[in-house]
Design a protein around this ligand. Structure first.
Ligand code: COA
Length: 329
């Protein structure tokens, strides 16, 4: 009997809102310039969920519907949905059940997972374990974030970086292909360098903190930058060593899209030529948990069965990780 003990990505879907926020528009909002943003981040434009009646669940549901339509999978067959997000529709209740409802997944249970920009990798690891254990045969893993809802558009240190979007993958059992290995890490000492100070159990909302705009994302960009390069380089080196893979054995690197200079530095450290590294940051900015699945969605036509992919992410927490994936199903 064939041993179907790996979880393969068998379908991919994505969604980005129609509204574009480009660098020229940001020049009118904060003291910045197109030249500075392109040179320092590699970003030209981002998508914004401009409809105030829509939220993360709507983008996630659209990504799921896109996946189901392109793969012909019946929504009733989906057994579990894991939603990686830092921007749930509400602090309480969870957003995953809303996504199941909006996408017509009548038989799925689901939950949210918050690991910031590493959320998709963490969720992929949990989802693949559900497949490997034999407990489930069809698990959806989504990365979705409406960053425009938590970004301060008067703060030039953050507002130029982020955008909105959602990406989804379907995991199914496979004998030959799929997710081979994960290295996932956290460093809670980094928590203060990228966070929203107010609104959680530590500092509940208060009118004073609202005036001080503390309900928006704040970061120490330089510290995050340095840790992102070191963190992603470390976990990529560890996972390639553990799987006896040389740089030339890897066909594609799918890095979290935070800053083109971070991506270039990690690729350089890994001696990975940039033509193997997938980049779409120029069009979407940093969509937090959605960057990796949006890359898989954008570039899936380039991946051949048997191609070896290296996924890596770094985010608030700090959280970081890598995954080694053999494409195909
Ligand atoms: N437009 C113009 N100037 C800006 C600016 C903007 N949007 N943002 C900052 N500056 C200024 C700074 O005020 C500073 O001016 P000063 O020298 O007079 O003090 C100068 O540009 C350099 O700032 P610095 O912070 O050193 O820039 P940087 O090269 O580190 O780039 C980030 C800033 C935020 C782009 C970069 O640090 C970064 O990408 N960090 C990681 C952030 C990230 O990825 N977060 C999510 C993690 S998943």
């Amino acid at each position: 009997m064939t041993n179907l003990n790996k979880a393969a990505i068998t379908a991919v879907g994505g969604y980005v809102p129609e509204t574009i926020l480009d660098n020229a528009q940001l020049e009118k909002m904060v003291d910045t310039s197109n030249e500075w943003i392109v040179a320092r981040t590699g970003i030209n434009e981002r998508r914004i969920l401009s409809n105030p009646e829509k939220a993360t669940s709507d983008m996630a549901a659209e990504a799921v519907k896109n996946l189901l339509a392109s793969s012909g999978i019946n929504p009733a067959e989906i057994e579990c949905l894991i939603l990686a997000t830092s921007t749930p529709d509400k602090l309480l209740a969870p957003t995953a059940p809303v996504v199941c409802d909006k996408a017509g997944l009548t038989n799925a249970w689901g939950f949210d997972l918050n690991a910031a920009c590493s959320g998709f990798l963490y969720a992929l690891s949990v989802g693949s374990s559900l497949i490997e254990s034999g407990r489930h045969k069809k698990v959806l893993v989504i990365g979705a974030d409406a960053m425009s809802r938590i970004v301060d558009y008067t703060d030039r240190n953050t507002c130029i970086l982020f955008g909105d979007g959602a990406g989804a993958v379907l995991l199914e059992p496979s004998a030959d292909y799929g997710l081979q290995d994960f290295i996932l890490k956290t460093d809670g000492a980094g928590s203060e360098f990228l966070s929203i100070a107010v609104g959680g159990s530590l500092n509940p909302f208060h009118e004073d903190t609202l005036q001080e705009r503390q309900h928006f994302v704040r970061q120490d960009g330089k510290t995050v930058f340095k840790n992102a390069i070191a963190g992603m380089t470390g976990v990529c080196t560890e996972i390639t060593d553990r799987n006896t893979l040389a740089a030339e054995d890897i066909d594609w690197v799918i890095p979290h899209q935070a800053n083109i200079r971070i991506i270039n530095a990690v690729a350089d450290n890994l001696k990975m030529p940039m033509d193997k590294v997938k980049v779409n940051i120029q069009r979407y900015g940093n969509t937090t948990a959605a960057t990796i699945p949006l890359c898989l969605w954008d570039f899936q036509a380039d991946f051949k069965p048997g191609d070896k992919l290296l996924l890596t992410a770094f985010g608030a927490g700090f959280t970081f990780g890598s995954s080694y994936l053999v494409w195909g199903n």
